[in-house]
Design a protein around this ligand. Structure first.
Ligand SMILES: C[S@@+](CC[C@H](N)C(=O)[O-])C[C@H]1O[C@@H](n2cnc3c(N)ncnc32)[C@H](O)[C@@H]1O
Length: 424
């Protein structure tokens, strides 16, 4: 494996030579397998490997992704070789392996041979220890926290989570007030928790903020049993008290002991964000932070309207002439409608950019606070009028309004005006 990559080598032997590098956890820095060979499809779009130090010793962490959802597994010495062999057997097109003393890049040619380039430039290889300025920027979460190694969060996800917690920090007081008054743990739900980077980080952050005298009870909910099982296992391995995970649909999941003090939702897909916000309203949660993910619902409704002959209102055709602008406009309309619906049902909302778009294009955050005593009548009327005008103009009924219909009906019996019952 010492050539410069110009002479192709037999593939099996070249892959076999990677094996000891991947299994040497004292030397391995990181490895990535990606791409595919001619006429073949690996089981994963990409696999990232790196050593992590868990309570039970050093493990090889493998994060595979299908392009949408990452799956992370940790392998101790007994299962590690088998995990490495399984990945080497996948028809990936390239391997990149970085150790403390070399970088090996393997590319599979069209003829099924290996082109291997090895550079011995150990000086270039940086240990994955955080640099001082990174640590400073990530004040809220220590990037060296073993939590993140165990979770396998990449740099973008860490930044998103850190930025999310920065938004939470000045508002924590609203979430902990009731718990303090009642001398009970703060009850937090992370809805659509996925791989639970945010759940773990928020639990750690809140536990540090609130202290032991109250404690924090955090529950991550996701519809995927595999993720929930993996998260629960990691929480047990890391010895984190008060952190639990449950399988379920956001709309119906059991929140555990009432009341709920804080609802979090980071990139819950499409209308799952509406489900999360609706539950925060139903539970009368004092604080909810939701960063929406993909927005398809309003887009679908607007497209259905057009197919049914309902014209885009003047002068917005100029936007709808361009697909990308139409999609972006639908995104904006979705979050504006969400904010309006929440205001009508008595919550204060502001929408902010919580992280630079370099780290995720889904970087809007709805900060939602329950308004003690609800809305004064005059403001309620104003809000209802605004919401009705917007939904009528676009002939859409937002999903969140559908989910909160009961609450609208209840408000209608109390006030003279009510949000429109129009549906599309
Ligand atoms: C894009 S991932 C985000 C995960 C995590 N919050 C994060 O930011 O890393 C969305 C997650 O929401 C979950 N999800 C989507 N719709 C859901 C629903 N209706 N009920 C429960 N979980 C849902 C998916 O299974 C997935 O794990």
């Amino acid at each position: 494996m010492s050539n410069d990559g110009r002479v192709p080598e037999p593939l099996d032997a070249a892959l076999e030579a990677l094996r000891p590098l991947l299994c040497d956890l004292d030397q391995l820095v990181r490895a990535v397998a990606a791409g595919r060979r001619r006429a073949a499809s690996p089981a994963h779009l990409r696999a990232d490997l790196r050593p992590v130090d868990l309570k039970t010793g050093r493990h090889l962490q493998v994060t595979t992704t299908d392009g949408r959802t990452p799956t992370t597994t940790n392998h101790g010495p007994p299962g590690m070789a088998a995990a490495v062999d399984a990945l080497l057997a996948e028809p990936f097109g390239t391997w990149f392996v970085e150790t403390l003393d070399r970088v090996v890049q393997l590319r599979v040619t069209k003829r099924g041979e290996a082109q291997v380039h090895t550079s011995g430039t150990s000086r270039r290889v940086v240990q994955p220890t955080p640099r001082a300025h990174d640590r400073e920027r990530h004040r809220l979460l220590d990037p060296g926290d073993p939590l993140f190694d165990a979770l396998g969060a990449d740099a973008d996800k860490r930044r998103q989570v850190d930025a999310f917690l920065r938004q939470l920090e000045p508002m924590v007081v609203h979430a902990v007030q009731a718990a303090r008054g009642q001398g009970r743990p703060v009850h937090v739900l992370d809805l659509g928790c996925g791989n639970a980077y945010l759940t773990f980080a928020a639990h750690r952050f809140l536990t540090e903020r609130v202290g032991d005298e109250l404690g924090v009870h955090t529950v991550g909910i996701d519809q995927r049993p595999d993720m929930v099982a993996r998260n629960a296992r990691l929480a047990a391995e890391l010895g984190l008290d008060g952190l639990a995970f449950g399988v379920g649909e956001i709309a119906t999941a059991d929140p555990g002991p009432a009341p709920v003090d804080l609802v979090l939702a980071l990139h819950a897909c499409d209308t799952a964000t509406d489900d999360a916000l609706a539950r925060a309203v139903q539970w009368q949660t004092p604080l909810a932070l939701a960063a929406p993910c993909c927005h398809h619902d309003i887009q679908r409704r607007l497209q259905a309207n057009r197919r049914a002959g309902t014209e885009i209102p003047e002068p917005y055709q100029a936007i709808w002439r361009h697909r990308i602008l139409g999609q972006r406009f639908a995104d904006v309309l979705t979050d504006a409608l969400r904010a309006d619906v929440l205001r009508v049902v008595g919550f204060e909302v502001d929408v902010v950019e919580f992280v630079d778009s370099r780290h995720t294009p889904r970087n809007a955050l709805l900060r939602v606070r329950r308004r003690p005593g609800g809305l004064p009548e005059q403001e309620y009327r104003r809000r209802v009028t605004e919401l009705n005008d917007l939904t009528r103009q676009w002939s859409v009924r937002p999903r969140l309004a559908e989910l909160l219909q009961d609450r609208f009906d209840e408000l209608a019996t109390l006030g003279a005006s009510a949000p429109s019952q129009d549906r599309s």
